[in-house]
Design a protein around this ligand. Structure first.
Ligand SMILES: *Cc1c(COP(=O)(O)O)cnc(C)c1O
Length: 393
């Protein structure tokens, strides 16, 4: 296939040059230490803590086990208030802990939990709020914390999309009681698979570390019903290497996002999310929202037409979690309760966005969308400028 028709996927993991990974492998072979707090695990944990600017962090084999463990660590039970507009693992983690998810609608600017709707969903069984910094957009953390303080609730953030995002210069991973990261291959920062929990005091970090290792505090003491959530040496080595590249990778993502913004602005019936001034964003996703009447095609038509051109966007997050068989019977899953979430879910497409996306590929994406809207590409001078910038990179 030539470059006009080659497949463009929504994401692609960044892998550093294989040569740079080999010395790590040689060390692992020499040490014969493959997991259980090996030297790379310890080094990566400290390097990551420093990079992210957080007080304590515990590494995990994936984000879902980290979510499960975060809920266990704080002994969350009963009901938890959460968002339906996320990847399904967010709610599954509640379900696997025997916790009833209570869905609350999102607010339209950030697509995160709407704090104005939380209080009405609180019952005597409510123990926590589980928000998601979706697409790397910070939840309205001040408002959420205020409610949590009044009602004595814990706050956990699924920060799987929020690696490296800062607000007023401070990591948004510092909000709430715990924040959970994912380093899955599809995320901004990857260790093949991987995850972490950010905590704020040593006692909590220790409890998390015990729980991810079957509950072992020492050779003969098991403090609770733990699980196996440990990150291995191969993942940690990959993490150390990725840290060398992450700033450049985020910079590239930013350029691609700017290109899309310039190429797609002022198209009737198409909009994207604002980027607040006080936020240093990670450009993890580029969601566009299609208004069928104004744009001329429905979201699903746009999705199919892009696919015909071998451009594979993804409808993140469609269907809503509340629509899956496990959850659709819950009273809080009623469509009238989740109007904003339904609207976002029915109009969103995430465009291809990853550091290795080429200039040609970006242009193909912008052109395909503009053509659907009846616009040519050459009319946009901003795009020409950006083409130049990217060509000179
Ligand atoms: C990817 C993701 C997860 C799950 O992380 P894994 O590392 O794949 O287990 C959880 N929540 C959200 C919002 C995600 O995007």
């Amino acid at each position: 296939m030539n470059s006009r028709t080659s497949k463009i996927t929504v994401t692609r993991p960044f892998l550093p040059p294989l040569k740079e990974f080999e010395p790590f492998l040689e060390k692992i072979w020499k040490n014969k230490w493959v997991t259980n707090k090996g030297p790379f695990h310890q080094e990566f944990e400290e390097a990551l803590r420093e990079y992210l600017g957080v007080p304590y962090i515990s590494l995990f084999s994936n984000g879902t086990l980290a979510l499960l463990t975060a809920l266990q660590a704080l002994r969350i039970s009963g009901e938890v208030i959460t968002t339906p507009y996320s990847f399904v693992a967010t709610t599954h983690a509640l379900y696997w802990n025997g916790i009833k998810p209570i869905f609350v609608d999102i607010e339209p600017r950030t697509l995160t939990l709407d704090p104005r709707r939380i209080e009405a969903a609180i019952t005597p069984q409510t123990t926590a709020i589980l928000g998601v910094h979706v697409y790397g957009n910070s939840c309205l953390t001040d408002e959420i914390q205020k409610i949590a303080d009044i009602y004595g609730l814990k706050v956990i953030y699924d920060a799987a999309h929020a690696f490296g995002v800062t607000q007023n210069g401070r990591s948004i991973l510092n909000f709430g009681d715990l924040s959970v990261l994912s380093f899955h291959g599809t995320k901004v920062f990857n260790t093949f698979e991987g995850g972490a929990i950010v905590s704020h005091d040593l006692v909590t970090k220790q409890r998390i570390d015990f729980l991810k290792n079957f509950g072992f505090a020492d050779e003969v003491t098991v403090v609770g019903p733990g699980i196996n959530g440990k990150m291995n040496e191969f993942q940690a080595a990959m993490g150390l290497l990725q840290l060398k590249y992450i700033d450049t990778l985020i910079q590239k993502r930013k350029m691609i996002s700017e290109y899309y913004k310039q190429g797609l602005h002022h198209i009737k019936g198409l909009h994207f999310l604002d980027e607040p001034d006080n936020v240093q964003y990670n450009y993890s996703y580029f969601p566009i929202f299609i208004n069928h009447n104004l744009f001329g095609f429905s979201r699903d038509q746009v999705y199919e037409k892009l696919k015909e051109k071998n451009i594979w966007g993804r409808r993140y997050f469609y269907p809503l979690i509340s629509e899956f068989p496990t959850y659709r019977g819950l009273p809080s899953s009623q469509k009238e309760n989740l109007k904003v979430a339904h609207q976002a879910s029915e109009s969103v497409i995430c465009l291809p966005l990853f550091p290795d996306l080429t200039q040609k590929e970006m242009r193909r994406v912008v052109r395909a969308v503009r053509e659907m809207a009846g616009h040519g590409i050459t009319a946009v001078s901003g795009v020409k400028e950006l083409n130049k910038i990217i060509a000179n990179e």
